[in-house]
Design a protein around this ligand. Structure first.
Ligand code: NAD
Length: 354
């Protein structure tokens, strides 16, 4: 099985490549532009494997993508390449439209031509898997039913609107042109190799550096959290065994407020750092003005993927978070270079240097 992963040098993409190469035994071509979020150090464990190839390039480069599809006789595309950080989408929406919307359009266009030209047996087995987010469903109140696969889309941020647009494009390419597609919408991921602008790594690393831990508003926003390796297993299940034309919600049944998450990280840091005895890392929590348009709650009902594909998370939020904190303690060489001014001047990033 030959799989083209886009965005495989990112947080989730690198976990997916490691899973596909090590556990599934697929041949994986990883196409990534290496934006600020792409990091080949996350792939060092598989870089020399014979069933893995990295290609530096853009999903919108149709000649390059076509050459990879034909050269490797790709069976499945797993499309993760995206601009993914909500705060960045508020500051600079344009790149989100270019990559997530126009880039996905170009990828679909290239794949359609390739798929149409395949011999019938190969053509019957081809599939395009679009990897998306629960943020496309918009804002829930406390007590509202969780998102199902039929919840109407109501995105709030430029990021979620761009992902909703790309989901719609993928469905349109299936309905209008017959392209075989599957989609998945997942909740917030966390785990090793997470770029340190995101809440959990930012909190861990600011805790290690004794710097303020920024929390938006009062920290009351609720998200569902999933360990990234559980997401990688779910993605492989959807891509390989998911029913064509279907979408699957993926989540960890682990709703937490932001403040609960930050408190849990602080408690783990307190346990691991004896020299902090007597003072809690919670003293570093620093409430900052809320993100514009900040959705109150996202919550995923993942019963469909559990029932149809037999997937369920292996990690609870407690075990996954503990593993994650330990990983940042022992993998300084991975995150140190990323903390050196890469995102100076950005809203949360400014607090790192504070
Ligand atoms: P990420 O920002 O860590 O990685 C994105 C990767 O895409 C990077 O390696 C980047 O270099 C690459 N990329 C960007 N533009 C590209 C282009 N034009 N051509 C080729 N490569 C390009 O993102 P992530 O957190 O790993 O998310 C991956 C996917 O999963 C995204 O589509 C995101 O919307 C979706 N998702 C993320 C989460 C989450 O919690 N992080 C949850 C649900 C869904």
């Amino acid at each position: 099985m030959n799989i083209l992963v886009t965005g495989g040098a990112g947080f989730i993409g690198s976990a997916l490549c490691r899973h596909l190469v090590n556990e599934v035994g697929a041949f994986v071509v990883n196409l990534d532009k290496l934006t600020y979020a792409g990091n080949l150090a996350s792939l060092s464990a598989i870089a020399e494997r014979t069933n893995y190839r990295f290609v530096h390039g853009d999903i919108g480069d149709q000649a390059l993508v076509a050459s990879l599809l034909y050269e490797h006789q790709i069976d499945i595309i797993m499309h993760l390449a995206a601009e993914s950080h909500v705060d960045r989408s508020i500051d600079k929406p344009e790149t989100f439209i270019e990559t997530n919307v126009v880039g996905t359009f170009r990828l679909l266009d290239t794949c359609l031509t390739y798929w149409r030209g395949l011999a019938s047996e190969k053509r019957a087995n081809f599939r395009f898997h679009h990897v998306s987010t629960d943020e496309v469903f918009g804002d829930l109140s406390i007590g509202d039913d969780r998102f199902t696969e039929t919840t109407p889309y109501a995105p709030s941020s430029p990021y979620s609107a761009s992902k909703a647009a790309s989901d719609h494009l993928v469905r349109a390419w299936a309905r209008t042109y017959g392209l075989p597609v599957v989609l998945s919408n997942c909740s917030n991921n966390y785990g090793p190799f997470h770029f340190p602008e995101k809440l959990i790594p930012l909190t861990i690393l600011n805790g290690l550096d004794q710097k303020p831990m920024p929390v938006y508003g009062t920290g009351a926003n609720v998200r569902d959290w999933l360990f990234v390796e559980d997401h990688a297993r779910a993605l492989a299940a959807v891509a390989i065994r998911g029913q064509l034309g279907e979408s699957y919600n993926i989540g960890g049944d682990a709703e937490q407020t932001t403040l609960e998450v930050v408190h849990a990280v602080c408690d783990l840091l307190d346990q691991r750092r004896p020299r902090m005895r007597g003072r809690s890392h919670r003293d570093l929590i620093h409430f900052v003005s809320d993100r514009p348009g900040h959705d109150r709650r996202y919550a995923i009902d993942a019963s469909k993927i559990r029932a149809h594909l037999g997937w369920k998370p292996r990690e609870s939020f407690k075990t996954g978070l503990s593993t994650t904190v330990d990983w940042y303690f022992t993998n300084t060489a991975w995150w140190k270079p990323l903390r050196n001014g890469t995102y100076a001047g950005e809203r949360l990033g400014t607090l790192i240097a504070a």
